[in-house]
Ligand binder design. Structure first.
Ligand code: COA
Length: 314
């Protein structure tokens, strides 16, 4: 008999073969269950979680308002079962969203599963973001940057400059990824950054003659065994890089690289096992920049926006 536990264990073993950095899958996803049978009788499953990101929530800045997240449990069947699962899950995934343009269906899946990539593309999904990881303390090459550029930690008095740079990143990312420029974006960002700048998480600023031209917003991210985060990332102390933004007139001059050299130095010195971040593959700047800084895709966040963009496969 096929059980969720079996599917999870077999899926975990398959993920490990695809990518040794993907952690063991020990936490069963929570949501509405879906089951599908292949013509040869094999059975796959999945669960659908419903997420709402109303006005006033920070997550609404990178999410559609109404999201249905499908977590497939394909066991050892793998991508072969994904098309059947998508067909079986479709009524749940699009139910009630036919007239909702601000909606999405999401699947978060190991980036290296090329066979699943084919199925997801064929069903109208777009790889809007990747969760990328840097696992080795690759030495940062010295940045060929103007030697007047200084990097320092930011604090509460830097809010105005930090907010402008964060908004510039948000506006750029809204052109090339899943970010949504909501009417309350500036207020939401201001509130988050005010807290961030007054707290213990690091914010690095690059400046020239006292003028702030670059921002890297970091965070300490301890991932505990058995926590939801442990299904995606290695456990232990990790460094998280949230927003990196260089003023448009100063891009391509090594400022971003200098900021990340400092961030990595601090994360590595503190014993972070890895550092991770999200970026948008369609972003022509960050998709070049991050691999140069030692990051590679681990999980891809596939989305069909709006939800009704979900297609029947070939
Ligand atoms: C992404 C960003 C932070 C990079 O900062 P930057 O100061 O421009 O980057 P650097 O000059 O340090 O460049 C570092 C590397 O990225 C690559 N790169 C940067 N800008 C590039 C460009 N316009 N075209 C091609 N490659 C580029 C270079 O290959 C460079 O590596 P190299 O010097 O070893 O060749 C900056 O471009 C930016 O703010 N972009 C808009 C907001 C954004 O996309 N933020 C990231 C969201 S995840």
């Amino acid at each position: 008999m096929t059980t969720t536990r079996n599917l999870l264990a077999e899926q975990s073993a398959r993920f490990a073969r695809l990518d040794p950095v993907i952690p063991a899958q020990r936490v069963a996803p929570v949501g509405e269950p879906v089951v599908a049978a292949l013509p040869d009788g094999r059975v796959v499953g999945g669960v659908v979680a419903f997420h709402h990101h109303p006005p006033g929530t920070v997550s609404s800045l990178w999410s559609a308002r109404y999201c249905r997240e499908l977590t497939p449990l394909l066991g050892s069947v793998g991508a072969e079962g994904l098309a059947e699962l998508l067909a079986a899950a479709r009524p749940v995934l699009v139910d009630g969203l036919a007239a909702e343009p601000d909606s999405a269906v999401e699947v978060i899946w190991p980036s290296r599963d090329a066979e699943a990539t084919r199925v997801l593309l064929d069903h109208g999904f777009v790889p809007l973001s990747v969760l990328a990881i840097r696992t080795t303390a690759a030495p940062s090459r010295p940045a060929p940057v103007d030697d007047r550029v200084r990097v320092r930690r930011g604090g509460p008095s830097d809010l105005t400059e930090v907010l402008d740079l964060a908004m510039a990143e948000l506006e750029y990312s809204a052109l090339v990824g899943g970010t949504v420029l909501r009417p309350d974006a500036r207020d939401l960002k201001a509130e988050t950054l005010r807290t961030r700048l007054a707290g213990d998480h690091p914010v690095w600023l690059a400046e020239v003659d006292g003028l702030v031209i670059g921002l890297a917003e970091g965070a300490w991210s301890p991932v505990a065994e058995g926590s939801p985060g442990s299904t995606r990332l290695p456990t232990g102390l990790l460094g998280y890089v949230n927003c990196v933004s260089v003023a448009s007139g100063a891009r391509g001059l090594g400022v971003g690289q200098l900021l990340m050299a400092r961030a990595h130095e601090e994360f590595d010195t503190a014993g972070a096992r890895a550092t991770y971040l999200y970026y948008n593959p369609p972003n022509p700047l960050s998709s070049v920049f991050w691999p140069r800084q030692g990051y590679r895709p681990l999980w891809t966040i596939w989305e069909s926006r709006p939800a009704t963009g979900l297609r029947h496969g070939p």
